[in-house]
Design a protein around this ligand. Sequence first.
Ligand code: GLY
Length: 256
Amino acid sequence: MFTKAIVRQPSSNFADGLTSVDLGVPDVDRALGQHRAYCEALVRCGLELIELERDAEFPDSTFVEDTAILTHRCAVVTRPGAASRTGETVSIAAALAPYYDRLCRIEPPGTVDGGDVCQIDEHFLIGISDRTNEDGATQLAEHLAAAGYTSRNVDIRGLDGLLHLKSGISYLGDGRVLVTEALAGEKGIEQYELVRAPDGEEYAANCVLVNGHILFANGFPRTKSMLDELGYQLIDIEMSEFQKMDGGLSCLSLRF
Ligand code: GLY
């Protein structure tokens, strides 16, 4: 069970953040409304929110998930792979310090974005991407191993349309993962029970399992009906403004 989540509202200059998609300029007021609904959903799932100050120094700082890997036994403060995001970890480390005795860090030349790290029970998949390099993945694997977890790398650098590993995969519990076609055949993934997001609904593959609920991006009816049929309790969230900035549901919180 999760009891808390760290969140941070999008800053006034959210639209100046990084993006690789061509979906238009996000509307900050609308993004704030969508973020509010997201936070309300987390509260509905039983979480207490730790709300950090908006930070216009870092336009991508609402995507808090990239700055840390949180487990039951340790926290790892990352070193985000985009230079404009490296400084985001300062306030995150401070926010985590009261809650973790074991707070490790990714050191240069390693880089890790939390969006590249998918926890499946006691095992972690670590995406090697344009943001997470092999040195960072090795450091992270060592920290996780010291805390009793296993991991394996999944190289996503040749896969189109995936900023992060979790842009295309989410753990649904009970050995089942929601995954895009592009990732479904990758070593380390194929052994799970796969629910495949249909072509055109790849964005829906990033969802968040929280205390028996699934936060799910609005607007992907075929994936939604697959999950409905499997009996999941979905909470639909409008994500249009975050999608414009390459952000998914998991990116908007650090749950622990
Ligand atoms: N806009 C999110 C990221 O590129 O990291």
